[in-house]
Write a protein that binds this ligand. Structure first.
Ligand code: NAD
Length: 300
């Protein structure tokens, strides 16, 4: 079998096209421009790249972007004060603090400080809880929502399938398992969550119809660990040394593409897979935040 490639570049482009149209229609109907504030604390190069990508995508889609860069030695109280200012600003609809924050800042406090109505990353317990209860009409966690959208737009229904999620992080693994097993048309899979303490991982992966890999280990999942015809979604983004590459490194996923692709029915590439979907869903959450603000009575 040779796998069909699920292109995150193509699917995210169609999602982004819809988002741009929604932003334009909100502006035309209400005179309001959806706006996203992105806060970066410190100078982590990867975080700078992510923040710049998000800001650029906002501009492309007609969403106003406010980028706030704070020095690495910013005190927790100062960051919380910036968040409080943005919470109170009606012209800002979404707020995101780029992770990771420096070690002296309590990330959980930051998550809890963001007004849940502006929590476009869907990290606040209120929004996570709402999603866990099966209400998908509010914010949804960007990366798992991106994966679900890739499946949906590739005509792959998780209903009745055996799905395995590798990884149990709060950002990807846990919400991914919840969305795949949700009692709605996007879910209905039977899901196993595997993690670093899972014994006999192959037992799960070899029996899976759908595998979502989110563990952060380069080329971890090999062809002999998956069944013929499985759908493989690779969330991993790992930088590995490559002397042939211009900057001495290249990106690979958590899936060993070379050995897995010949067995899979569908597979996502890295780069150009889940990565662009995550940003596309962040933009969609920002539109949802803006629409909800309008529904609550915001007029400008
Ligand atoms: P994390 O580092 O927070 O957690 C890793 C998870 O993998 C843990 O739950 C751990 O139990 C599990 N794990 C570790 N070793 C394992 C093993 N041998 N077998 C089974 N499970 C094992 O992970 P994260 O933040 O969810 O990120 C995972 C990967 O996804 C990383 O490469 C990250 O860069 C990438 N990521 C990509 C996107 C995107 O937009 N594409 C978004 C978020 C994360």
């Amino acid at each position: 079998m040779s796998a069909n490639l699920i292109s995150g570049n193509e699917i995210s482009a169609s999602v982004n096209h819809e988002t741009a149209a929604e932003a334009a229609s909100i502006a035309a109907e209400y005179g309001i421009q959806p706006a996203l504030a992105v806060i970066l604390v410190g100078e982590d190069p990867a975080s700078q790249v992510y923040v710049n990508r998000k800001a650029k995508k906002c501009v492309e889609l007609g969403i106003r972007s406010e980028k706030i860069v704070l020095p690495a030695d910013t005190q927790e109280s100062e960051l919380l004060a910036v968040i409080a200012r943005l919470n109170a600003d009606p012209s800002i609809h979404g707020i995101l603090v780029q992770s990771p924050v420096p070690k002296h800042i309590d990330e959980q406090k930051v998550v809890l400080a963001i007004d849940p109505t502006k929590d476009v990353d869907c990290f606040h317990p209120m929004n996570v809880g709402r999603m866990m209860l099966g209400d998908f009409s509010g914010f949804l966690p960007c990366t798992p929502w991106g994966v679900i959208t890739m499946l949906q737009r590739s005509g792959i229904s998780p209903a009745g399938k055996k799905a395995v999620v590798l990884g149990r992080s709060n950002i990807v693994g846990k919400p991914m398992a919840a969305m795949l097993s949700a009692n709605n048309e996007l879910g209905n899979a039977t899901v196993a969550t595997c993690h670093s303490r899972t014994k006999d991982l192959e037992f799960y992966t070899k029996n899976a119809d759908i595998i979502v890999a989110a563990i952060g280990i380069p080329n971890f999942l090999k062809g002999d660990q998956v069944s013929e015809g499985a759908v493989i979604i690779d969330v991993g983004i790992n930088r590995i040394a490559d002397s042939a590459a211009k900057n001495g490194c290249r990106l690979v996923g958590d899936v060993d593409f070379e050995s897995v692709a010949p067995k899979a029915s569908y597979i996502t590439p890295v780069p150009g897979g889940v990565g662009p979907m995550t940003i596309a869903m962040l933009m969609k959450n920002t539109i949802r935040a803006c629409k909800a603000a309008i529904a609550r009575g915001q007029t400008k």
